[in-house]
Design a binder for this molecule. Sequence first.
Ligand code: 5AD
Length: 353
Amino acid sequence: MLDREMPLSIIEAWLREDNDKELERLWEEADYVRKETVGNEVHLRGLIEISNFCARKCAYCGINANNRSVERYRMSEQEIFDCVAKAVALGYGTVVLQAGEDFGIGREWMAEVIREIKMTTDLAVTLSLGERSRMDFREWRLAGADRYLLRFETSDSDLFTLIHPSLPGKPTDRIRDLYVLKDLGYEIGSGVMVGIPGQSWSMLANDLALFRELDLDMIGLGPYIEHPATLLAKIRPQLLRKDHQQVPGSELAVYKVLALTRIMAPEANIPSTTALGTLDKKNGRELGLMRGANVIMPNITPSEYRERYEIYPDKANWSETAGGSSEWIEEKLKNMNRSLGKGVGSRVRRQPV
Ligand code: 5AD
């Protein structure tokens, strides 16, 4: 039984499935739902990593505040506009401005950058700047930002607290933040990592149910990839579950989550993520597109900064291969019977809310 309203027990059974025939059925169903709801178009979002400063000490992330060996940078307005011009020239419909949680990125400064992009291009602007105040979210929305990405990483609150310590006096609540963002009129995106030490299949089943409940417009998924300069790299053995419940950060596990995500959140825009491309450089991204995904996010950060934005080691990159031109990507898509998305590629609702 595979449908949007799957109960937790069925979701978990699918996550644990390892029979090839059954899995084939899962991929087919996800691909069918993808085709029927979001169609054959693949949308391109140009990712610009505007700063790697971060106030947080996340146990999984390579650019956490405790990592002294990261050379920190913050792009200037001009550098950001140059990247934006590149996104336009490459034929993309959206730019994603991503950074660590960098309070050096001021509310007004950011608002001005957003206004400038919205006034001079037809691009949609997606922000991925971490947990900021409602005032910041509001100001940026008023400046014209269209979408906001904030992964809840895991729906298990004990595991989350462990890997994502709050800032002093400011308890983390990403679910609340997502509702605030939705309320302000953003399209909202969230997601999880697959294979976090301590993560069980039943936690992942709950993650999927939460995607459905939040009615997310965008969902990003990838394998957890260990970075040596993190707390998790040190304490992993203590966290790993010994009861055969530990979710592996494997390609297969990610495809299962991806396919189930498409079935349970049929209208969502789902990227075939960089992290997936990192596990399987040859086929990862393509297989993602065949098992539920409908978005690609080529990285257009200037290379001198890109290498300093190492949230996990050896980040893969499609755009390196051919400058990320939409023509080159279109060629690859044609072989898969898919086409290049037109316009900004917002969520399309099949049923009015
Ligand atoms: N492995 C995989 N994904 C990671 N992220 C951060 N660190 C890692 C890691 N070590 C993901 C988180 C974050 C997104 C920007 O990158 O899910 O939300």
